[in-house]
Structure formats: C-alpha cells, structure tokens
Design a protein around this ligand. Structure first.
Ligand SMILES: [Mn+2]
Length: 284
C-alpha cells in the first residue's frame, strides 16, 4: 500500500446549496479515487440517521462504497456523529500510532455548539462519559451514544443545513468562531490523554479545514493537527494524503477543487506537506 487518502464530512443526503459546486455524488467524486490505494472515510460521510434525508444519504453511501470496491481500493469507514454505527470503528491508528485518525466529535464537552441540539447532546455526552470506561474506546462509545441523542429530536423538513442557519444568527456565528479557535487545541489535548505517541491527528467534524502545529498547553507535546474540513457550503473540502512508499512518511493536506463539474485534488502545496519519521516499530 502506498497512498492513503483521508476524507470526511461529505454529508451525503443533505440538500445541495446553490453555491457553484457540483452536487456531492459518487460520479462527481470518482476522480479522487485515482489518488488512493487505501481510502479512509473519517466520519459524517452520509446523514444516515436524518429523519427526512437518511434514506437518500444511505443510497448515495452504498453507491459510493460500491464504486470504491469496484476500483479495487481498500476502504476504512470511521464513525462520525451523523453516521454512527456500532459495527464500524471510531478511530484508526496508522503507522504504529504515528497517526491517530478520528472524526473529532469527542474532542470537547460540546459536540455541536452551533446547533439547536447542542444542549441535549452535551447532556447526553456528559452522562454517557460518567458511565463508560475512561479509555479511548469508552470515550468514543459515549460520543456515539450522545450523537444518537440528536437524531431522536424532531427536525423540520424545511430547516436549512446547520452552517447556513448559523449565518442567520449572529450569536451562533460568535459561538462557532470561538469553537473553531479552540478545536485544534482540544484535538491535541485528546491525543495527550489517549494517544500520547501520535505525531499527527487527522480529524474533521468542525468543518474548518487547516493544519496546526500545536500543544494543548505550555510544556505539553506539540502535535500536528490536520482537519479535512467539509463538503457542505460554506466549508472548504480538503483531503489528507499519506505516501508511505519511501523510508520517511510524506503527508500533505490538499484542497479539493471543483473542475468541470467534478471534484479533484489540488496540486500539493509545499507549505502543507510534511515528512514524518516512521516509528521504529512501523519499519519493515
Ligand atoms: Mn461531525
């Protein structure tokens, strides 16, 4: 295996916003598969639990997984808060733990500070954490349980997507900006607690793409946090690409651009490309 491509937050099933981007379908995403030998879908790929959009999201997800399989690409699905499935993993460790890949909805106390479900989900998360083992597996199981609390709430059929609706409410905009600011630090703190040897944390969830080299606090380990953003407007979709064909691992955060109605990876940008030492235990 040489190239691992990590995507998140496709949100299959949620309505398209007329913003000039192609619709999110297997056909418009197919070119991304040329870049991967192993595809990791890092959560919120389809809104399978949504009362009105879930069936459509599931159909698109099945089509997409079929296309990936026909291309001969190994796929790993990781749970997000919109597609939690106890049969799927909540995280993966790559290259003997040098990379920790997880969706990111468990990083903080508040999973969804921008939505009306914020309160019910936060309360559920706090209660589930109190019951669960204080391990990575236990914490992510608690997050999955709390995520499901959102889907029991009635959803208006006409409700716009969360990120469009926040634009209509300045208080929610302020909440999101504050949360975006703290999210990379929360990711580093989560790794401090559960994956202290991880050099790189790959996540999504916040829909703010970017790369940060950050420590959770003074004196804590500095880690690289890579966020793949999201495909729904106004987020900017990105992918993490890991090339393990050489002695050193080469990782890049790449924008995903729309060209002629299709999504494709943008060229590598030197400022968003890093070399990662392979841990001794990951060497062949
Ligand atoms: Mn999410």
């Amino acid at each position: 295996m040489a190239r691992t491509l990590i995507l998140s937050d496709l949100h299959f099933g949620l309505p398209e916003v007329p913003c000039g981007r192609p619709p999110r379908t297997p056909a418009t995403l197919a070119a991304l598969l040329n870049e991967a030998d192993h595809l990791i879908l890092n959560g919120d790929i389809a809104d399978i639990h949504h009362q009105h959009r879930g069936a459509h999201g599931m159909t698109l997800l099945d089509e997409w997984l079929g296309m990936v399989a026909r291309a001969g690409i190994e796929v790993t699905r990781i749970n997000g808060n919109h597609d939690f499935d106890p049969a799927q993993p909540d995280f993966v460790d790559l290259f003997a733990g040098a990379f920790f890949v997880t969706h990111g909805h468990a990083f903080g106390k508040s999973m969804l500070p921008w939505t009306t479900a914020h309160r019910v989900v936060s309360e559920s998360l706090s209660a589930a954490r109190a019951r669960n083992p204080k391990t990575l597996e236990g914490d992510l199981a608690a997050a999955g349980e709390a995520a499901m609390a959102q889907w029991g709430e009635a959803i208006s059929h006409s409700e716009p997507t969360a990120l469009v609706s926040i634009g209509m409410n300045p208080w929610r905009v302020a909440r999101v900006l504050a949360w975006w600011r703290q999210f990379p630090r929360e990711a580093a703190a989560y790794a401090d607690r559960f994956r202290p040897n991880a050099q790189v944390v790959v996540c999504g969830h916040s829909h703010r793409a970017g790369a940060w080299s950050i420590a959770s606090s003074a004196g804590a380990t500095r880690r690289r946090i890579l966020n793949t953003g999201g495909f729904t407007f106004p987020s900017s979709p990105h992918a993490v690409l890991i090339d393990d064909s050489a002695r050193e691992l080469r990782v890049s955060l790449r924008a995903i651009r729309a060209r002629r109605g299709r999504y494709q990876l943008a060229a590598e940008c030197p400022a968003s490309c890093w070399r990662i030492q392979r841990p001794a235990s990951a060497r062949a």
